[in-house]
Design a protein around this ligand. Structure first.
Ligand SMILES: *Cc1c(COP(=O)(O)O)cnc(C)c1O
Length: 373
């Protein structure tokens, strides 16, 4: 009855292990729809992988992972004074404005923070100058007499760079930003937890290739680069994953028969297929054919094409062909039109759906158990 994500468990787990093998300091990202799996499942998987830190997108997502993953939880959305209060010593905040750093430092808690330097993404983070000011603040305003990296409640756990998806190499941009990080003196801060040498000079990065990370580690031996990876980890081996919908109903129609919410009539003989998956799952939100293509539609109409009837391509495949929506997807089901002559699946059969994993909420995730060797 469901939209189901099927996972070849052996293959998926082997892929996860191999990503970790190449990037032992990996920080798995679990956010949003959990890349199709759900954040809770990813949190358990991160625990299984044995990493020490997971990243979530928002403060609201901390609760998705906190009971299932036992290490540190890095929140990627920068902290703001209006962020929900999370009183969890495992949480590491991302900070990108001086006023936020000051506010967190005076909150009375011993907040762990990562200072974000803005990249060419221009999303969040300090300017070069702002980062220097932040560096000064954390090194001079120590009120606790503890170590220089604590300002009341702030412990600096490194710097963060959120890089765009690579077109070319990121190296020259990262080198420029690293100059700012060095100038801000973040690597010089003593961490109260002296046993962990990595912390003050950790650079949390995204979207760097293994080669770029290797090159950076060689160039900046005093720093530790930790890649935050979501897509490449959870969805990196697409052939281990498939999404299937269930055929819920099958109605033969003749040309002129009326169907659907909009009382349309069938443009030819064929079959209306009702399948699981609709707007609630994130299925097929593309707009129907617009005015601009009226001429193309007229031509298609002359040939008796189905798109001329206003049918829009769906992500569902039947008999190896991508099929047309008979009308826009409903909340939990969709109606497809199969022209006569097509092989018609039976009620209960499963058919393939091509989805964007980061935009789809499936009803069920089925991960196959290890195969006996
Ligand atoms: C989402 C996100 C990532 C992970 O991105 P993927 O492309 O899924 O690997 C890393 N860093 C930040 C700040 C993010 O928001």
């Amino acid at each position: 009855m469901s939209l189901t994500l099927y996972v070849d468990g052996d293959r998926w787990r082997a892929h996860l292990r191999s990503v970790l093998e190449h990037q032992p300091l990996l920080v798995p990202v679990a956010k949003g729809n959990g890349y199709g799996f759900g954040n809770g499942r990813l949190a358990r998987r991160a625990q299984w992988l044995g990493v020490d830190t997971i990243a979530v997108g928002t403060y609201d997502e901390v609760a998705d992972v906190a009971d299932r993953f036992h290490g540190d939880i890095l929140v990627l959305t920068p902290w703001r004074p209006f962020s929900p209060v999370v009183d969890n010593p495992r949480v590491i905040h991302t900070v990108g404005r001086l006023e936020d750093l000051t506010a967190l430092a005076s909150s009375g808690r011993r907040s762990r923070v990562v200072l974000e330097r803005m990249t060419s993404m221009a999303r969040h983070g300090f300017t070069a100058r702002g980062l220097r000011d932040a560096g000064k603040l954390v090194s001079t305003s120590s009120t606790t007499g503890r170590t220089s990296s604590t300002t009341g409640g702030v412990v600096v756990e490194g710097a963060a760079l959120h890089l765009p998806l690579a077109k070319g190499s990121h190296l020259s941009e990262v080198e420029r930003l690293m100059t700012d990080i060095v100038a801000a003196g973040l690597d010089k801060l003593d961490h109260p937890d002296k046993l962990d040498q990595r912390k003050g000079s950790t650079i949390w990065v995204s979207h760097l290739s293994n080669q770029e990370l290797t090159a950076l580690s060689a160039r900046y031996p005093d720093f530790t680069f930790r890649p935050r990876i979501g897509t490449g980890l959870w969805l990196g081996d697409r052939d281990a994953l498939s999404v299937k919908a269930t055929v819920l109903d099958v109605h033969p129609v003749e040309r002129g028969d009326v169907f659907g919410y909009r009382g349309r009539s069938a443009p030819r003989n064929g079959t209306i297929l009702v399948v699981s998956g609709g707007t609630a799952h994130g299925i097929g939100l593309e707009a129907p054919t617009g005015e601009a293509s009226i001429r193309a539609r007229a031509a298609s109409l002359a040939r008796g094409g189905l798109d001329a009837a206003g049918f829009v391509r769906s992500p569902y495949t039947v008999g190896g062909k991508q099929r047309l929506f008979a009308e826009p997807p409903h909340m939990q089901a969709s109606m497809l039109f199969l022209p006569s002559g097509s092989d018609v699946p039976a009620v209960g059969d499963e058919i393939d759906v091509r989805v964007r994993y980061t935009a789809t909420d499936v009803d069920r995730v089925e991960i196959s158990q290890p195969r006996p060797r």
